[in-house]
Unconditional design. Sequence first.
Length: 492
Amino acid sequence: MSGTFVGMPAFPEAARAAVRDTTLRGNLRHATHTIRDKRARAVAELDDWALLREAGKRIKDHTLRHLDRYLVRVEEAVTAAGGTVHWAADAAEANEIVARLVAETGESEVVKVKSMATQEIGLNEALEARGIRAYETDLAELIVQLGRDRPSHILVPAIHRNRGEIRDIFRSEMGGWGRPAPEGLTDTPAELAEAARLHLREKFLRAKVGISGANFVVAETGTLVVVESEGNGRMCLTLPETLISVVGIEKVVPTWRDLEVFLQTLPRSSTAERMNPYTSMWTGTTDGDGPRNFHLVLLDNGRTDTLADEVGRQALRCIRCSACLNVCPVYERAGGHAYGSVYPGPIGAILSPQLRGTGSEIDASLPYASSLCGACYEVCPVAIDIPEVLVHLRERVVQGGPAVREGNRVVLKPAKGHAAERAAMRAAQWVFTHPGALRAGQRLASRTRRLHPRTLPGPGRAWSGTRDLPAVPAEPFRDWWQRTRGGKDGAK
């Protein structure tokens, strides 16, 4: 992945600063509660939601197991339809391909559809270094770009901004990027939307090159699919002469029939709509209709390494709906910037450390950015067991062990700062494999329970500062069982 966000402090430190920002917490609380309540109502309308969820999981798992075959099919179908397919092993290669393709057109500016893959690789910065200016056209992405900010949510990247802040950004920054904001602009949603529409209109009509991602790629026909709510995506996909789409290899689905499942689950889980207002599909190029040149850049950038992990690979099922963010108590309080990645929230906590590895301080801390409450798993439309993967990655951080990085099998070293945790786990392992020691420890704990402190000492104070320590029972379970049941049923 791009180093754009790497170098930030570990999640606990970044989150500590975020939770002190009362404006940020208010913005997040209002937005996430509103979205998740609407989603719950939209999902409840479908009696077969559980079946759709299971179908989505199975389709994704099947595709990932046979991804090599389906990617070849995508290349064949796109090429046959008049497009050109490029393969990018990492962010640097993808950025080089896109920059070269734009340079070959002779253009120095491009318009972009909202795309997390291009944010992941830092494409805007790479193009700027080559003298090419990229204009974001999604309203929330426009706010982030004009504010020289970073996205903090998958669905609504500017969720951390309120209307007053957006008005101020438009007033001060729009003129430097194109058409300035109207005089007397207020913070009413209609006026802000109109200011953005006028600002972007000239860019849509002038741009010769468009850049997009894709929500799905249908292998049997080579069709790309973008779902959106504003219509800006369709302008970028149809008006330019050249279209370049950067798509993660995990976005493939085998058939149109498979796509039908996700076109039901994605809008309800993301925007709480029965269907997306704009669902754009295109297959290669067609004379007299749409772009004359189409390029598909298939991006790996750590996905093959993730695929090699039998537990962690389920993160590649993600369809970027953001439902897990909206129910996460940690995200609601810390916001998206604390995750140090374009993928914030629970899905970012398991995806980023796999795509980037756990070598940096921020990535080693992300698996701990969760209470393991399981709410994220309950709402995931493709049933990613995020808590399971979080625990799996915590083990990797603490213990190290075998993994795949850049296609090579390696043995990871334990991360720094976890020596005490490793020692505690080894001690627990020894106790649990020696019943006599476990029994003695339980009896000792029960008999000394009146002497136990109410808070933990040292580093444990951070945990017990907001929680009550569980009370030790007066009698160990083993003793209770022997006293109440052992004599009667001991022979059974």
